[in-house]
Design a protein around this ligand. Structure first.
Ligand SMILES: C[S@@+](CC[C@H](N)C(=O)[O-])C[C@H]1O[C@@H](n2cnc3c(N)ncnc32)[C@H](O)[C@@H]1O
Length: 244
């Protein structure tokens, strides 16, 4: 998402500091407790944009600790202001994490997240850019490690090509989605759907919305070829084997 630099971004952000995640440099072993909600479910959105989905989800699931990651600070300015504009003190379970998905394992300990949401991730359509897609195997393996056994990941996109790519990546990881639709808004899953900003504008244009969702199988482990670590070679997802 390209955005013009927000005027007074720093001061606007600090005015909403209650919605900003304060990273202490070590991965969280208990993210819900860090939000003052011990025992709560942990939801993680990656690429939260202007925060519409995060704010609505935090309101809908008040008993869950909701972390919304977004790498563009100016988006977080708008997102945090959106959260603050809801009646004073109403949202207590939402923090925006200003960082990139590449740093997820530095922020969350493995096996600490109940649900992950990827909404309208950038398609990176050009040849040679597949590795940047947030549903590339190298990211999927990160997410699978973060999820608890039985945890769920849900992905939505308007982009049919990215959807096909993501289904193939998932399949190659040995994961079978239990919910798949190429027309979310006319599907059985619509009743519990929460719309994002991108979703609304694409759907207003008449575009079908794709969605898949899967559960991490109990005992699922990602096996990384250790010789690659030893040799300090570049880490390629092709060297990942999964086992259940
Ligand atoms: C196309 S926008 C979608 C925004 C929002 N999810 C929606 O549906 O309205 C994709 C968002 O993902 C963010 N993003 C892309 N790559 C990211 C990464 N590696 N880590 C965190 N955020 C990322 C972008 O900055 C952008 O705000």
């Amino acid at each position: 998402m390209r955005m013009r630099k927000k005027k007074h971004g720093e001061s606007r952000l600090s005015a909403c500091s209650e919605f900003l995640f304060d990273f202490d440099g070590t991965p969280m072993t208990d993210p819900a407790s860090r939000m003052g909600m011990p025992g709560a479910k942990v939801f993680l959105e990656i690429g939260a944009g202007k925060g519409g989905f995060a704010v609505k989800m935090a309101q809908k699931h008040r008993d869950a600790a909701y972390f919304a990651m977004e790498k563009v600070t100016d988006c977080v300015v708008l997102a945090a202001e959106k959260a603050k504009s809801v009646r004073e003190g109403e949202i207590k379970n939402l923090k925006f994490v200003i960082d990139t998905a590449d740093n997820l394992s530095k922020i969350f300990e493995n096996g600490t997240v109940d649900e992950i949401f990827l909404n309208f991730s950038d398609p990176w359509s050009k040849l040679g850019y597949a590795k940047r897609r947030l549903t590339h195997k190298r990211y999927l393996s990160l997410y699978l490690n973060l999820l608890k056994d039985g945890g769920r990941l849900t992905f939505k996109t308007d982009n049919d090509g990215l959807f096909d790519f993501s289904l193939i990546e998932t399949d190659e990881m040995g994961i079978v989605p239990d919910r798949v639709t190429r027309d979310l808004h006319n599907s059985e899953y619509m009743a519990e759907n929460v719309m994002t900003e991108y979703e609304k504008s694409f759907s207003d244009m008449g575009k079908n919305i794709n969605m898949f969702s899967f559960v991490k199988p109990v005992g699922f482990q990602i096996e990384i070829d250790e010789s690659l670590r030893r040799d300090r070679k570049v880490y390629y997802p092709e060297n990942i084997k999964n086992k259940t």
